[in-house]
Design a protein around this ligand. Structure first.
Ligand code: FE
Length: 234
């Protein structure tokens, strides 16, 4: 298995490149526009062919590289079926399998951070890892105060769906702001301060009281991400 984690420092975003080996077809999850050249370099140097580029949700803090990667490689761009982004060439439904040359991902509808967020489980027959976007972060969870976010749904997605995965399933989020690179479902069940030992009601009121400032790039990013990563003219 070939697995690469990239980091974009401005928005603290993680991007994941997966293939079953060198010379094979590859997929990428949550790529950032400013880093597109770096992904393409890795893809060339590892002798991969990029065939799928996935966004877990419409990001508010950075511009997606989906459009640029599709232009550069002809890859298919994918989001969950509730996405309103224009540049999606294929949508996935809850439970649907995505197969790329020996790599299998299962789409899981996990709203809460946004109303169109999906997570992706690697090798769902015996789950090895889950890419959670922003719904579940390491020792945290994604804000629920815009883009159709909802703390009740966030709790449900995390506790009733993601926490049902085996404890040893590795957790790879779309962001980390403190330097954590990977966790596991078992670790988050036990140590995530927003969730461990809390009730649904406590979680919901905690999320409602966060009062976070809007992300720096929000106005540009959301509209650009609905338009293939190209800033809108009007
Ligand atoms: Fe997000």
């Amino acid at each position: 298995m070939l697995f690469r984690q990239f980091f974009e420092p401005e928005s603290s975003t993680y991007t994941y490149l997966l293939a079953s080996g060198r010379g094979r077809e590859a997929l990428i999850i949550d790529p950032v526009k400013e880093q597109a050249e770096q992904y393409l370099q890795a893809i060339r140097e590892l002798d991969l062919r990029l065939v799928r580029a996935i966004d877990t949700h419409t990001h508010a803090d950075h511009i997606t590289a989906l459009g640029d990667l599709r232009e550069a490689t002809g890859c298919i761009t994918i989001m969950g079926e509730r996405s309103r982004a224009e540049c999606v060439s294929q949508t996935v439904r809850d439970g649907e399998m995505l197969e790329v040359d020996g790599v299998t991902l299962q789409a899981l509808y996990t709203p809460g951070h946004t109303d169109e967020s999906f997570s992706f489980v690697l090798a769902p027959a015996r789950p090895r890892a889950v890419f959670t976007g922003d719904v579940l972060l390491i020792r945290g969870s994604g804000r629920t105060d815009f883009q159709g976010g909802d703390p009740e749904q966030s709790w449900q997605s995390i506790v009733d769906r993601l926490f049902r995965l085996p404890d040893e399933t590795l957790l790879y989020p779309a962001h980390d702001y403190r330097g954590w690179t990977v966790s596991s479902i078992g670790e988050e069940k036990a140590h995530n301060p927003r969730l461990a030992g809390r009730t649904r009601e406590q979680y919901v009121s905690l999320m409602r009281e966060l009062k976070l400032p809007d992300p720096k790039k929000m106005d540009v990013a959301v509209s650009a991400n609905l338009a293939c990563g190209r800033p809108r003219l009007a």
